[in-house]
Design a protein around this ligand. Structure first.
Ligand code: AMP
Length: 494
């Protein structure tokens, strides 16, 4: 099959040729002819299969007729993340060089002003994330009544991100007669319901089973202990990996993205990070640095990295096994793209095991262990951080005992620390604690209230107490105040 057989316009064919593509990918070969005739398309395809061009190329052909009006875009593409939206914009720039179309991007984290100017000029193509689009619409800055083609991309990711109510709202705002091109890597029931509601007699194009992983990717598992040991395992793998050109490291939580990134940088790895809490310029800067090769390692969360087209990623490391098994397919799909080979390694701790079983059930395949399995791992080593902390503790205490070796001492350490004395502590111990307190507290107290020398000070109550056997009542002791009434009475009488 050749691109010229798909029915694309001359201009589009020239752009395809200029980008160096010789044959259409399966999703392109199957979807483009239908998309060109105006049929709705339901494309079930993973990223990396060429699905962006499968909707961009027919859109370009169809947009050659007609013109956009101010505030009334002609086509709308919905993307779950800002990065994906920016990536689709790049595809329009690449394939639409000769079309001189107005392409507007409506994504969060960017000022409204510039985006509004583009909409006012009349957008042939509007690429948006759902939230920002509705924001614009609700402010009356945009009309959706002129939409001829609606593309919903990465629908299952939209579901994960809670965008389905927004998508339903948007589908009701665009004309009933528009063409809809709908893409999803998986088809959970909520997505099927959405397609039944909003697609009209779609042609279903499925290029690979949703849960299949590319055969060009070598997959492996590496057992590790958790915490700092896991980061050490990752560093070892990064150092030892063969033919590592660049790598994406996935973590399940944003917090861990930050920790792993910081740790890699600290150990001298040229790494950047990408997660949803970063502002847009920072996200774009990380992504560009990775694409340009300024950094070799990008530590990511799933949301930030889903669907990103970075053509030449040699390795993917799953720092955590993903808790949604479909994410495994997406993550490792960052490598081995467009027929290239790639390596994917997943770190497995005991906490990751249950996710691993779900992943293997989904992909219907056992992933090989590289090195010992979890049960055969030697006992956890001290992590570098633990060692450093222990050294610091030893130094502080004149090289006595490693704190990590004596966890039961932690309370005793508090006795000689800055903490206030504990009520149950014996008096002598408390005095010791007072004396052992670091000198920095003393000047502060002295500044507040100058005290007489110790020998002139009245003894404190606890210091007067006897440590001897318990006594009943006053015992043999006659309290001092009972000795004083005569003088006290005499004073009062005066
Ligand atoms: P996508 O699935 O849209 O993210 O595309 C994955 C990668 O495949 C991108 O880097 C595209 O540039 C590339 N690509 C798209 N179509 C073709 C094609 N027909 N031949 C070779 N590579 C392609």
């Amino acid at each position: 099959m050749q691109f010229s057989e798909l029915g694309l316009s001359e201009k589009v064919l020239r752009a395809v040729e200029a980008s160096g593509y010789t044959t259409p990918t399966p999703i392109q070969a199957q979807a483009i002819p239908f998309a060109l005739t105006g049929r709705d398309v339901l494309g079930i395809a993973q990223t990396g299969t060429g699905k962006t061009a499968a909707f961009v190329l027919p859109m370009l052909s169809r947009l050659e007729q007609g013109r956009a009006r101010a505030r009334v875009p002609r086509t709308l593409i919905l993307e779950p993340t800002r990065e994906l939206a920016a990536q689709v914009e790049e595809a329009f720039n690449k394939y639409g060089l000769q079309h001189k179309l107005n392409v507007a991007l409506l994504i969060g984290g960017v000022s409204f002003g510039d985006q509004e100017t583009k909409i006012m000029r009349g957008a042939d193509v509007l690429i948006a994330t759902p939230g920002r689009l509705l924001d614009f619409f609700e402010r009356g800055k945009l009309l959706l009544t002129g939409i001829e083609i609606l593309v919903i991309d990465e629908a299952d990711r939209m579901l994960d991100m809670g965008f389905i109510p927004d998508i339903e709202k948007i589908c009701k705002l665009v004309p009933f007669t528009r063409q809809t091109l709908f893409f999803s890597a998986t088809m959970p029931p909520e997505i099927t319901r959405l397609t039944e509601q909003f697609l009209h007699n779609p042609v279903r194009v499925e290029v690979a089973r949703a849960a299949t992983t590319a055969t060009t990717i070598v997959q492996g598992l590496v057992a590790s202990h958790g915490g700092g040991d896991k980061r050490e395992t990752l560093r070892r793998l990064l150092r030892e990996a063969e033919d590592l050109k660049n790598a994406i490291v996935f973590c399940n939580r944003k917090r861990d993205v930050a920790i792993v990134h910081k740790s890699l940088v600290k150990h001298g790895f040229p790494a950047g990070c990408l997660h949803g809490d970063m502002d847009q310029p920072a996200r774009m800067a990380s992504l560009d640095a990775f694409k340009n090769g300024d950094i070799d390692i990008l530590v990511c969360s799933d949301v930030a990295a889903r669907g990103l087209d970075i053509p030449d990623v040699s390795h993917v490391f799953n720092f955590d096994a993903p808790s949604h098994p479909e994410d495994y397919v997406h993550r490792i799909g960052r490598t081995g793209r467009a027929g290239r080979s790639g390596v994917s390694i997943t770190l497995i701790t005991t906490d990751d095991l249950k996710h691993l079983h779900q992943i293997q059930d989904l992909i219907k395949k056992e992933i090989d262990w590289l090195g010992p399995k979890l049960d055969d791992l030697p006992p956890p080593e001290h992590t570098e951080r633990d060692r450093a902390r222990a050294t610091r503790t030893r130094d502080r205490r004149g090289g006595r005992v490693e704190r990590s070796e004596r966890p039961e001492r932690s309370r005793r350490e508090r006795v000689v620390s800055d903490e206030p004395p504990r009520p149950e502590r014996a008096p002598r111990e408390r005095v010791a604690a007072e004396e052992a307190r670091p000198p920095r507290e003393k000047p502060a107290r002295e500044a507040r209230e100058p005290r007489p020398p110790r020998e002139q000070r009245a003894p404190r109550r606890r210091e007067r107490e006897d440590d001897g056997p318990a006594v009943v009542g006053f015992g043999d002791h006659l309290p001092g105040f009972l000795m004083r009434p005569v003088r006290a009475k005499a004073k009062r009488a005066e």
